[in-house]
Design a protein around this ligand. Structure first.
Ligand SMILES: [Fe+2]
Ligand SMILES: [Fe+2]
Length: 326
């Protein structure tokens, strides 16, 4: 089908759809960029670090793991003395923020590389720079909080080893790179929203950091999802196959990194293997958390055909599958 305009020229439906999609993409970029101007945060101006109410005490009961947290629910955790329970809770929070610093470092460098190869008049350029600036503010915020925790927090080794490869994808295979972006941003966002929705009393510093992060990450995820919806359908067969094969592995590794205690924390507190299995093994609450945290990205993959009946067993084997719409 096609429509005839006043001059008698016929515009095929396909071209009209493309033009409409282009307009909606430009509107999204303009809206996100505008939001970055009117609703953004500074790591030092917007967090009252030196307010005594924001001070971090590793034995503060407000940093203990909640009773419905996969590890917090175990009998082993509940049997620990209160200062240790609090210390483990704070150590986990600090470790996730340290992982956030490493993850955002890869992300920023990838986005810079991606922006560098765009033509000068690319509409994405401005938005990408807003995102890079926001990620830099997040990293400053996380870094300050980790150092104020006073705990020994180690950087994630796997990101150190794979960073250059992932950054390279931003230029050579941006669809896979933006899947990597979502693999980290979605689980953190899910966890931070869940924490804030719980009725327990939160530590004001952790709450402030989460609120700032949630607000700005909503823009980053909106862009990544839109980018994937726009570009994945245009991929050639081989790259599409690589995206189908690579995505579940990236989601598995990133969600594990973002949601399970690091090996350093396991060693520091002597968390028994059986407790880890109970909290994070097959059929555990930890596995349900991962499946829930990946819901939005998984639904996107269904929509894009990155996940279908053929790839489902692979997702199931990795423990990241859940029925569509669940
Ligand atoms: Fe961030
Ligand atoms: Fe982000």
């Amino acid at each position: 089908m096609s429509v005839t305009i006043a001059l008698g020229m016929e515009i095929p439906d396909e071209e009209r759809a493309d033009a409409a999609e282009e307009q909606s993409y430009l509107r999204l970029l303009a809206r996100l960029s505008h939001q970055s101007v009117v609703k953004h945060f500074d790591a030092y101006a917007d967090v009252p670090w030196d307010d005594p109410a924001f001070a971090i005490d590793p034995s503060d009961p407000r940093v203990e793991l909640a009773a419905d947290h996969p590890l917090g629910a175990t009998a082993w955790y509940r049997a620990q003395p209160q200062p240790i329970r609090a210390r483990i809770g704070l150590h986990l929070a600090a470790s996730f923020m340290r992982i956030g610093v490493s993850f955002e470092s890869v992300l920023k460098r990838g986005l810079l590389d991606y922006a560098a190869q765009l033509p000068d008049d690319a509409p994405e350029f401005r938005y990408l720079y807003h995102e890079i600036i926001e990620e830099a503010q997040h990293s400053l915020m996380f870094h300050e909080a980790v150092s104020r925790s006073g705990l020994d927090v180690r950087p994630p080794r796997i990101l150190g080893k794979t960073q250059h490869r992932v950054i390279g994808f931003a230029r050579r295979f941006p669809e896979l790179f933006f899947m990597f972006v979502l693999s980290g941003e979605d689980p953190i966002d899910w966890f931070q929203r869940r924490e804030l929705q719980s009725p327990r009393t939160h530590h004001p510093l952790l709450e402030r950091i989460s609120r700032i992060h949630i607000t700005e990450e909503a823009r980053h995820m909106a862009f990544a999802r839109h980018y994937l919806r726009r570009h994945v359908p245009r991929l050639r067969a081989l790259k599409r196959f690589r995206l189908c094969a690579g995505t579940p592995v990236i989601l598995k590794v990133a969600s594990r990194l973002m949601m399970r205690p690091s090996s350093h924390i396991v060693k520091t507190y002597g968390i028994p293997r059986t407790v880890l299995e109970e909290a994070y093994g097959r059929g555990s609450e930890g596995q349900r958390w991962v499946q829930a945290a990946l819901r939005k990205t998984r639904e996107l993959c269904w929509d894009l055909g990155i996940l279908d009946e053929r790839w489902m067993p692979y997702w199931k084997a990795l423990g990241i599958w859940a029925p569509r719409g669940a």
